[in-house]
Design a protein around this ligand. Sequence first.
Ligand code: UT7
Length: 329
Amino acid sequence: MARYAAIAGTGSYVPETVLTNFDLEKMVDTTDEWIRKRTGIVERRISDGDMATSDLAVRAARQAIKTAEVDPLDVDMIIVGTVTPDTLFPATGCYVQQGIGAKNASAFDLSAACAGFIYGLDLADGMIKSGRYDTILVIGGEVFSNILDWTDRSTCVLFGDGAGAAVLRGTDEPTGIIASYIGSDGDNADIDLLGVPAGGSRLPPSHETIDKKLHSIKMSGREVFKLGVRIMPESAQRVLEQSGLTIDDIDLLIPHQANLRIIEAVGERLGIPREKVYVNVDRYGNTSAATVIIALDEAIREGRAKQGDNILLVTFGAGLTWGSTLLKL
Ligand code: UT7
């Protein structure tokens, strides 16, 4: 009998500290008007002092586990999509395991930038379908504020911190992940396009890397914009084809929340009405791997995503990496 990976519960957490566009006006040469017009972002959340990615992820995970009514000891695997791990190693997944008391799980991190959560869903889907695992916690979590150059107006206004989590459970019912697709393009693994140059084995930390601010995110915004607008609709189309559904069957589209103009362009290219497109980039900015799962969790809690609905998640990020998931809630 075919196995499916159902979404048993979701959770999310964003830090309490709000950084508005007006706050940023005092930090760099920017304006609230520019940021709103070019990105749709009004404010974002910033992690307080010593809070790392696992601290946000644990809070989101606890909520997801509670909603799913799952005992942490029944979690078989923890996958954390992140490019801002607490430490290079141990994995952030292991800190989350400790934080939620999931003693029987295997835990690891998945590096696929903004596509990290969708990659995690794809992996979990395969693991559950194979019959080897039954209950998998997939998390997208980031503390981007710690890898931003707060003097670079072209990047520091765009990102925020947050985490989201989903518990996936095996079922014989045709529900949960209906179709899934992930892709990448190493020809665009270009540090100038989007990435953090230093801190890895290529360019280990030194006084020079710190002086040159090479531990912060670098991005060619305009190029990334064009790639996102092209790749996301193509990726979404792949899962629609896989599932035999059309865009008219979709109740809610949750695109990666990087920029309102990208979100609108993706919606238009897919031909879905605006009211079926979920947007929270205005409140959180781009939380990288966390955007789509924070949005899904909010949509469920607000009643915008209901049981039986077809939800289309689509994302895109550095690597390049991208992916789409078609869910039946
Ligand atoms: O998660 C995936 C990764 N990220 C993305 O998907 C982001 C993709 N890119 C974008 O969202 C947009 O390209 C940005 C929001 C980053 C930039 O918008 P844009 O319309 O592409 O602007 P631009 O980079 O072409 O810059 C236009 C002008 C420039 O000035 P000049 O050269 O025209 O005089 C910039 O220097 O805007 C200037 N600028 C700013 N001005 C005020 C850049 N950043 C700012 C700023 N405030 N924060």
